[in-house]
Design a protein around this ligand. Structure first.
Ligand code: NAD
Length: 432
């Protein structure tokens, strides 16, 4: 995220305030007790820790770490850990709240939690990153556990980091506890399909929503902001299903090829090598700027990806990507929210007025936590499922969730976001 978009985020929108407002709005459609609304407006527990780490040059640096346990009415707290320079308490609270709602929408027996460390992991060596992760785990150990709170990957946290957490936690409690985190490497008790799950789940939800609303993917064009875990897998599944991926961006910039990016794998390899998407114009194995003209492409800024003349715009990076400043420029007829909290309240209203179908984050990106649940279940029961079985169960979960949210949106005559919250609140009420 560049500075201008970050400043915009501070000025326009506090994600935690927005999350509470979304809650109150959905609650107003239902006769639920004020006590439950109040409980959901307040996280169960907020943990903030200092983490001291010895750096490679011998200095000690101190980082701030957070874990918010929002609500456990439906089961253990569950949600990712984010390592990013902009992580702060309000962001983590909002993300934890959205996990409570998401886990209820996709109907897995978990509550909501989230955590993170304010750090730019790209400036750490692997050793420093491991020491930071292990020190943070020791601070969190009294509050997490397979039946208490189960972290997972999020922005800038990987399977390897999850494995360090599992190992350190197991050392602290004196017994191997694979189910304390999900998103582990498959050979260390991770589930088949977890890496792909969020992108694939988004693809299933989009496909089901398009089927229900009578849209076709024939000639559908897609622009994706964010080409990390979520954006890259989603792009691949969409392309395989016949969608034309015309634009991709990451934090440094991106590319737009109106007739479709011919080879996503080559682009991914180019980004891996060069550290950025910009310039990854690939013909065969040759990827560079010299191919831009023959592909009919052009460079774009990270933000421009969402403003192109496409059928489907996908924010798959960070919060507040669509604000009142740029919402008017969105030309897509569908916005698939793969990032958490990508659309501010004001932007939501602008998109609604333009009759843009917003498939909300708590539905669109819930595939990750669905497979996290499958991983946790396999660990708790000593089972190992094949990838096909995982994907079959994931599709069932995503289709069912999409159908439930769409049905409620028709019943209450509300946008899909409100409908998703209503579905979630009804399920939370049933357990409270
Ligand atoms: P990631 O770290 O793998 O990738 C993030 C991507 O966003 C990177 O390509 C980065 O360059 C890009 N980016 C950052 N700022 C940008 C900007 N201003 N413009 C364009 N691109 C920018 O993270 P991820 O796991 O892919 O997560 C992406 C989003 O999806 C986050 O909001 C995360 O909370 C959400 N999410 C992730 C999962 C999961 O399973 N990983 C599950 C649910 C939701």
């Amino acid at each position: 995220m560049n500075n201008s978009s970050y400043n915009r985020r501070i000025v326009n929108d506090n994600p935690w305030e927005r999350a509470r407002e979304q809650l109150r709005r959905a609650a107003s459609y239902l006769k639920i007790s004020p006590a439950l609304v109040e409980r959901l407006e307040t996280p169960d527990r907020v943990i903030e820790v200092s983490v001291s780490v010895q750096m490679d040059d011998g200095r000690t640096e101190v980082f701030r770490g957070y874990r918010v346990q929002h609500n456990n009415i439906r089961g253990p707290y569950k949600g990712g850990l984010r390592f990013h320079p902009k992580v702060d308490m309000d962001e983590v609270k909002a993300l934890a709240f959205w996990m409570t709602m998401k886990n209820a929408v996709v109907d897995v027996p978990f509550g909501g939690g989230k955590g993170g460390i304010t750090v730019d992991p790209k400036r750490l060596s692997e050793g420093e990153l491991e020491r930071l992760t292990r020190a943070f785990t020791r601070e969190l150990a009294p509050y997490i556990g397979p039946e208490v709170d189960v972290p997972a990957p999020d922005v800038n946290t990987s399977a390897k980091i999850m494995q360090w957490i599992r190992d350190e936690y197991s050392n602290v409690v004196g017994k191997d506890s694979p189910a304390v985190v999900t998103g582990k490497p498959v050979e260390e008790g991770g589930s088949q399909g977890r890496t792909e799950a969020t992108g694939l789940g988004g693809f299933y939800v989009l496909s089901e929503m398009m089927r229900i609303t009578g849209r076709t993917n024939r000639k559908a064009t897609v622009a994706i902001q964010g080409f990390g875990n979520v954006g890259s897998f989603l792009a691949g599944y969409l392309k395989d299903a016949g969608f034309s991926i015309v634009a991709l961006s990451d934090s440094k910039g991106g590319l737009y090829i109106p007739r479709g990016i011919p080879d996503l794998k080559a682009v991914a390899e180019c980004k891996e090598k060069s550290g950025k998407l910009a310039g990854c114009y690939c013909i065969g194995s040759v990827c560079d700027l010299s191919n831009m003209e023959s592909l009919g492409g052009c460079d774009i800024s990270p933000e421009e990806a969402l403003e192109l003349p496409v059928s489907i715009a996908v924010p798959a990076a960070l919060e507040n990507a669509i604000t009142e400043e740029n919402a008017g420029r969105i030309q897509a007829s569908v916005v698939l929210e793969m990032a958490n909290g990508p659309t501010t309240r004001e932007a939501d209203e602008i998109l609604d007025k333009k009759h843009i179908l917003i498939i909300p984050d708590v539905l669109a990106n819930s595939g990750g936590v669905a497979v996290s649940y499958f991983e946790w279940y396999q660990n708790m029961h000593g089972e190992t499922w094949e990838k096909e079985a995982v994907f079959g169960k994931l599709k069932e979960k995503m289709d069912t969730a999409a159908q439930a949210v769409h049905a409620v949106s028709k019943e209450y005559k509300v946008p899909l976001r409100d409908a998703a919250y209503i579905v979630a609140l009804k399920r939370l009420v049933a357990r409270s």
